[in-house]
Design a protein around this ligand. Structure first.
Ligand code: SAM
Length: 285
């Protein structure tokens, strides 16, 4: 069965009495080049074990199973389980795990089901959980790479340069954990049903060691403070967030000691500059 042929997919889903759920971000791929190119972009071989989030009817799962040693696909919608049992029957290296990826113990999943493989993630993500799921995947420290299709707007935020409108706290979180690359766009017409937005594929190559030497809690506290009040100067944003520990004059001095102008905005700072600020603000002597 061709899992990207719209007529075949519609017939398959009708036979199983399946109804699309908007809440679960169910937009299935119906263009054969897309799952193929996403799986290629993930850079897999038989030593790799892949966690896929949301296999849907299994079109990307099949492509991953052909390239990787093993695929563990987590699917929340129970009504898709009999569909997947049918479409993936010929693959002995795919395991379907029913459940919500946000509630799953990823460390246990990898230890129990991908033992002996190098763990990666590859998925066409449900768009409503893009940011929390990427945060969870990166913070877990479990995966060598994360290759995902997401809304183009979020992909642009992940890969944004300092000073641009898309640059923000999520950019810095992704960059702290990974080298991030926006690979290609996928038009809405490649999905059933078509979403309202354009999608894009990003590859996050997870770093072996963090690019800056500062505890992540301290770094992200400073980052969140700086972006919490976007149109304010860095000094005013930090004044609100750190008022219980520093006077405005002390914060002004910290900013100047970092070699930054007093009028600078958080949007202008790179990861290294945030790390220097965080060391001065949060790391106790
Ligand atoms: N991989 C398929 C494809 O590319 O055609 C389907 C992708 S569709 C955008 C997202 C999939 O994620 C759906 O199958 C949906 O049921 C599933 N899903 C939604 N929320 C989930 C969650 N919290 N945990 C696991 N799967 C989820």
């Amino acid at each position: 069965m061709d899992l990207t042929n719209i007529q075949e997919v519609k017939a398959l889903l009708a036979r199983h009495g399946f109804r699309f759920s908007k809440a679960l971000g169910q937009n299935f791929l119906i263009a054969d080049w897309v799952p193929r190119d996403i799986a290629d972009a993930a850079g897999l071989d038989k030593s790799c074990g892949v966690v896929e989030i949301g296999p849907g009817v299994g079109c990307l799962t099949r492509e991953l199973a052909q390239r990787a040693g093993k695929v563990v696909a987590v699917e929340l919608d129970k009504s898709l389980l009999p569909v997947l049992a049918e479409t993936l029957a010929d693959f002995d290296n795919v395991e379907i795990v029913p459940g919500d990826v946000m509630k799953l113990d990823l460390a246990a999943l990898v230890a129990d089901r991908l033992n002996g493989f190098t763990p990666h993630v590859c998925a066409n993500l449900p768009y409503n959980i893009t940011t929390p799921v990427l945060t969870k995947l990166l913070e877990s420290g479990l995966f060598r790479s994360v290759t995902v299709m997401i809304q183009k707007e979020v992909a642009q935020r992940i890969c944004a340069a300092p000073g641009s409108a898309d640059y923000g706290a999520f950019t810095l979180l992704c960059r702290y954990y990974a080298d991030c690359e926006l690979l290609f766009d996928v038009p809405a017409g490649c999905f059933l049903p078509a979403p309202k937005v354009t999608s894009a594929v990003v590859r996050l190559a997870v770093r072996d060691t963090p690019p800056v030497d500062v505890p992540p809690e301290a770094l992200f506290k400073t980052v969140r403070a700086a972006f919490g009040q976007r149109r304010k100067t860095l000094l005013n944003a930090l004044s609100s967030a750190y008022s219980n520990r520093f006077s405005k004059d002390e914060l002004r001095q910290v900013i100047l000691d970092c070699g930054l102008p007093e009028s600078v905005r958080g949007e202008a700072l790179g990861l290294e500059q945030f790390a220097e600020l965080a060391r001065k603000l949060d790391v106790q002597p």
